[in-house]
Design a protein around this ligand. Sequence first.
Ligand code: TMP
Length: 271
Amino acid sequence: MGDYTSELRKLSPRGFPPSTQALRKPGRLAATGRPGLGRRCYDAFVPTLARGKLITFEGLDGSGKSTQLERLAVALRAERLPVLVTREPGGTWTGEKIRQLLVDSAATALVPTAELALMFASRAQHLSEVIQPALLQGKIVLCDRFTDSSEAYQGGGRKLGSDAVLRLHGILCEDVQPDLTILMDSDVVRSVDRARRRNRSRTVGTSDEGRFEKESRAFFERVRNTYLAIARREPERVVIIDARGSPEETHQQILEAVRRRLKLKTADNGS
Ligand code: TMP
């Protein structure tokens, strides 16, 4: 927490209240100027660095992002940083119900627009119930997937386009942006094969989580290309991590990215 405190002192040397500029700095939420839930939250006397950090993990199914997210959580907790691990779709009671429908391979009739709407329903609930409160409590939120997934899968994979996704994000999610996004990049065949094998071994009875994994290689190529386009568009937010190395190498790359981009201390680098 040392870094938070010293940065906070720089922003607000005489203590509270911090400057208006400091209040507006977190994410792009306040910068949109739109009134709404998040804006109301941040308009309270909350110093900038009392706000936590939102770190999202993105990538194809089977890219190893969930394992790496857990490893990062362990490393940050070892530094006594307050970490909250969560996921999308899901993360709340409501969101997990929505998830069950979205990933169930029996849900063959779900049309792309309904799928996108459900992703955002889960996200809006998650932001309001879990993510925003945790950030206001100064936590580091590690979220397994966020709006980039909707842009890559529904925008790219389902061909609904980025514009629809970004507009919905602005309307339903107050345009909240992650402080850092780790994009686990890996080749399509390798990732999806891994996800399918994992899913087969987990499947119980007739219900499974394999709806997306049934998609074609062309679908996942579009997903990957959209992810890479997002990373090119927002290089200050999105770090591409080559997910093809060993889990340990990948973990070290992620720690380095987190340390560099967010100036957080981590157990392994000691800086
Ligand atoms: P997971 O297995 O990584 O938890 O994600 C479940 C599936 O949901 C995965 O195949 C990707 C998909 N997904 C979307 O298509 N759009 C989204 O916005 C999100 C969050 C996930």
